[in-house]
Every structure is written in C-alpha cells, then in structure tokens.
Design a binder for this molecule. Structure first.
Ligand code: SAM
Length: 354
C-alpha cells in the first residue's frame, strides 16, 4: 500500500493537505520513525497533490499492508488476561504510536514477547517497550527495551490538540498529565508573561504560548529544549512567543529581564526547593505559582490537609503575602503516594531591588 512520508516538522501542514483531499486512510493510524511521519493513503494522489507533497519535502513510498496499526476497539488489560489466561502488566502508557510497560509480572517474564505482541495488536501501536532502567537523575529519563513491533523510541504524541515530537529514551514525558495540563492552560490569560521552569518538550509551554503573551521555557535537558523548539515549529507557535532556554532554572530564571504573572513548576521531586527563585521572578503586584510535589499520606483527604500545612510552613519564611487558592490531587502514583498541585497567589512584601 502507499504512504506519504514527511519530515516531522511538516506534520500539521501535511496532515491538513491529505485530509482536505480525503487521501488519509481512515482505518489506519500514522507511524512515526526517526523524525519522519508516515501517513497511510487511501488512494494514489493526483500529480497536483504529489507536487504539494514534494513542496513539504514529502515523498510517496510503498509499504507493507501491516506497516500501519489498524484502528480498533481495544480490550482492557483484565479482559486480555481472561482471554489469554496469563498475567498482564497492571498498567500501560500510550505515547503517540508506542506503548510503554513499567514491568512484566514475574510469572509472565518468560512470555514477555508474546505479551508484547498481544498488547501491540490490542492497542494498535507500532511497538511496545518495556522499562529496563528506572527514571533517574535530574532529566528524569528511563531506559527502554523493545519487546514487540519495529522502530525506535521516537514518536509523536497528540494532547489537547497539539502535537509533541519526543524520544522517550532522551526526554521525560508523562501522557497521564493531559487533563491537568489542560486545566492550567485554561487558567492562563492572553496578556500574561509566564515562566515554565521545568518545561520538558513543551506540553504546558506550547499551548500557553499559543494563547498568551510570552512563555520562557527552561529545561536542563538539551534534548528537551531541542524537541520543544521542534514542537513550536510543528504547532506553528511563533519563536517570538516562546523563549526556549537550555540550563538550570536556578541560574537561568534570575537572568530573565522581565518579571512575570505566572510560573509553572512541574518537577514534583524538587520543585519546592526552587520556590525562592520563582518568587523573585514574579511581578511586584504579585502572580500565580503552580507548584507540583509528591507526598506520602494515609489518604487523599489527609494528603491535602498536610500539604496545606507544609506549604504554609515553608512560605511563612519568605517576606511575602500568599494565598493557597487550591490544592488538587493530580493522581495517586503509588499506594498512598500522591502527586499534588498547589495553585498559589504570591506577592512580595517588599523588594530590595526596587
Ligand atoms: C517531571 S519533568 C516535567 C516536564 C514537563 N513539564 C512535562 O509536563 O512534560 C521535569 C523536567 O525538569 C527538568 N529539570 C530538572 N532539573 C532542572 C533544573 N534544575 N532546571 C531546569 N530544568 C530541570 C527535567 O529535565 C525534566 O524535563
């Protein structure tokens, strides 16, 4: 069958052209390989469309019928267990056209490739990867081994109507944060200046930059910043609205020569220790901080209560007025370990630099 292949930076424009001309095969999903997107075609494009494809540096290629995952209704992991009478992983994550598994239950390790194949077919993905080394270090990157399918760990994920090109062996990305990110994106206002202190590949920064004045997006991982710039291009977000900074937020935030209205601190392991830097970057009339953190607690109710006390205790050491507007449990990441976010309004009481 035929595929239209494009460099991934042309993804949105290419998809639009193929859709407008009803050339996309509706039963198959696109495939992402090494910075290229492969679209499944439903028919041979006319020579006029072929020249449009070439203008976007695209080409037409013949591929095997089985190259593209076929859209289908997936069974749940429980249903798969019943059908195949083996233990499946407790959870899976879907990022773009790949499926990630954190671990295979011990009794099923010998059948991991079989499990991989079933999952690949069931969730209609190009490949299935198993985590072989835990997320570690400040860049929060794990190591993966392919147990089914073909190709590497590069993919493109769609979230809140934006596309994110990324390689899970080089950058951190959590697809389970989509609705929380949508909540923050909704809170941002048009005229606001914003800092995303731990931006990753841009799932907060890019939609917010599309909506607001300017976003300063900082990450210590060079790959994350490279993908963020690529993602700004894919999603047609002007470089004037998103200022990508590779470096440590502790030293980079103080170099930003404007004060901002809002700061996103999505590095739950350590964000609290960066609060001093964030507070001094806010406008003197005050601004919002969205602080993500982990807490171990008995249950959700006590997690929220203890978080409030903990944050009040930390914030009272600063010469600021603050109001913790909301604390939300984003999700339970392990038994009795919660990922929380605090939405806070913070205003410095005085500023020695003014
Ligand atoms: C939990 S990830 C969040 C990424 C992104 N906000 C998202 O939602 O996908 C935390 C990010 O912080 C970055 N990071 C860790 N320490 C940092 C530092 N000192 N300064 C800037 N970025 C840092 C990591 O490289 C990683 O991309």
């Amino acid at each position: 069958m035929l595929s239209a292949v494009f460099p991934v930076n042309k993804l949105r424009k290419a998809e639009q052209i193929l859709m407008n001309h009803k050339l996309l095969n509706p039963r198959l999903k696109p495939v992402y390989l090494e910075n290229s997107v492969f679209f499944p075609l439903s028919e041979i494009p006319s020579s006029r469309i072929k020249s449009l494809i070439e203008k976007l540096n695209g080409r037409i290629e013949k591929v095997d019928e089985k190259f593209f995952p076929r859209k289908k209704r997936s069974l749940s992991l429980k249903e798969l267990e019943k059908r195949h009478k083996i233990v499946f992983p407790k959870s899976v994550s879907l990022i773009g056209d790949i499926l990630l598994i954190n671990e295979i239950p011990e009794e099923a390790v010998a059948k991991r490739n079989f499990i991989g194949e079933i999952l690949r077919e069931n969730f209609a993905v190009r490949a299935v990867f198993l985590k072989v080394k835990e997320i570690s270090g400040e860049t929060r990157v794990a190591q993966w081994e392919r147990i089914a399918g073909f190709g590497g760990t590069f993919t493109v994920h769609k979230e809140n109507n934006y596309y994110y090109a990324l390689d899970i062996s080089k950058v951190f990305f959590n697809p389970r944060m989509g609705s929380e990110r949508a909540r923050i994106i909704k809170l941002c206002r048009r005229q606001e200046m914003i800092i995303d202190m731990f931006s990753g590949v841009g799932p907060f920064a890019i939609p917010i930059a599309a909506k607001c004045a300017v976003v300063y997006a900082i990450d210590i991982n060079k790959h994350a910043i490279d993908y963020l710039l690529l993602n700004a291009e894919i999603n047609n977000v002007s470089k004037k609205k998103i200022i990508a900074i590779h470096g440590d937020s502790r030293t980079e935030v103080p170099k930003i020569n404007v004060k901002v209205d809002r700061i996103i601190m999505n590095y739950p392991e350590r964000a609290i220790s960066f609060l001093d830097v964030a507070i001094s970057a806010l406008k003197k009339e005050g601004g919002f901080i969205h602080l993500y953190f982990f807490l171990r607690e008995r249950n959700k109710k006590t997690a929220i209560e203890s978080s409030r006390k903990l944050l009040e205790e930390i914030l009272k050491d600063y010469t600021i007025e603050f109001e913790i507007r909301k604390i939300i449990i984003v999700r339970e990441v392990a038994p009795r370990k919660y990922l929380l976010v605090a939405d806070m309004f913070v205003k410095r009481r005085y500023d020695l630099t003014e």
